[in-house]
Write a protein that binds this ligand. Structure first.
Ligand code: AMP
Length: 287
């Protein structure tokens, strides 16, 4: 595996595979890798001739009250982990490489960046879209792999790729969970023992809502209430939002239909956990 820190070096390494028409897969991450990241990396290695992984904790996607300096980092451990997965190139740029002095350009995917998590993290998705646009221009991959765990991010980045004519396929892979159902996340290490024991209620509540939908429930307000009650009953978590939205457009739904994303964000102390499920509603008609 080559560890690369500059854009020039990365471009030079990719010139030959690109000339030969080899498929280039790309997995952008902020590091502190876990099984969720590894599932994306494994798929990229399997499906592509060349796999590029980036690790960059992007300051532009952290709000002023969000502690960028506390984001967990362990590059050495990450590098050892992904070397075992046969990754070809690990790109670890510094802030100077990504945002040199005088940097002025940002990508704003309107409307859908202000919903759900965006309401609680102003500017977050502007930062995410900007860094991913830059990384796509640097790597020029054929396929980019993202996780369903960050459902809104995936919808926004797909929209960005479409709107800005990025020549990349975006593959979104299922959420990887711990044994007790908690979605794998770099932030889980910051949960206290009690919080960690309570956190699986998020997925239990989402699954319970999905079961109610299978049994015929279609009212978003009922399902949001059910999920919120479960979370309040079984945890000290502070709910930011619980929402049933169209999985493709993120538009809020009153009555469920089509592909429904049930998404939530809950604060355990300062730790923000997100999770979601997608439920497909087949029998839309009454007859
Ligand atoms: P991050 O390092 O948190 O920016 O995440 C990098 C990529 O890994 C994103 O596409 C995430 O959606 C994805 N990811 C994070 N956690 C999981 C998970 N539990 N399962 C699947 N993908 C994940």
């Amino acid at each position: 595996m080559r560890i690369v820190r500059t854009i020039e070096h990365l471009r030079q390494l990719l010139r030959e595979p690109r000339r030969k028409g080899q498929k280039i897969g790309f997995v952008p991450t902020m590091g502190y890798l876990h099984e969720g990241h590894l599932s994306l990396i494994r798929r990229a290695v399997k499906e592509c001739s060349v796999c590029v992984v980036s690790i960059y904790v992007n300051p532009k996607q952290f709000g002023v009250r969000e502690d960028l300096s506390r984001y967990p980092r362990d590059i050495k451990h990450d590098a050892t982990m992904i070397e075992k997965e046969n990754v070809d190139i690990l790109f670890i740029p510094s802030d100077n490489v990504i945002y040199p002095n005088g940097y002025l350009t940002y990508i704003d995917v309107e409307k859908i960046s202000d919903l759900l998590c965006g309401k609680y993290r102003p500017g977050h998705f502007r930062g995410v879209a900007t860094i991913v646009a830059k990384l796509l221009n640097i790597v020029l991959p054929d396929v980019m792999y993202l996780g369903q765990k960050d459902a809104q991010q995936a919808v926004i980045l797909k929209q960005m790729a479409l709107d800005l004519n990025f020549s990349v396929c975006v593959h979104v892979l299922p959420t990887v969970r711990e044994k007790d159902g908690l979605a794998a996340s770099s932030r889980n290490v910051y949960l206290s023992k009690d919080q960690r024991a309570q956190a699986p209620v998020l997925y239990r509540a989402l699954k319970s809502a999905a079961n109610h939908i299978k049994a015929g429930e279609r009212r978003a307000s009922y399902l949001n209430g059910l999920i919120s009650r479960m979370i309040r009953q079984y945890s000290d978590g502070n709910i930011q939002y619980v929402a049933c939205v169209d999985a493709g457009t993120l538009k809020p739904l009153k009555t469920l239909k089509g592909q429904v994303l049930i998404a939530l964000s809950v604060l355990f102390g300062k730790i923000r956990l997100i999770d979601n499920v997608i439920v497909s509603i087949k029998n839309q008609g009454k007859f």
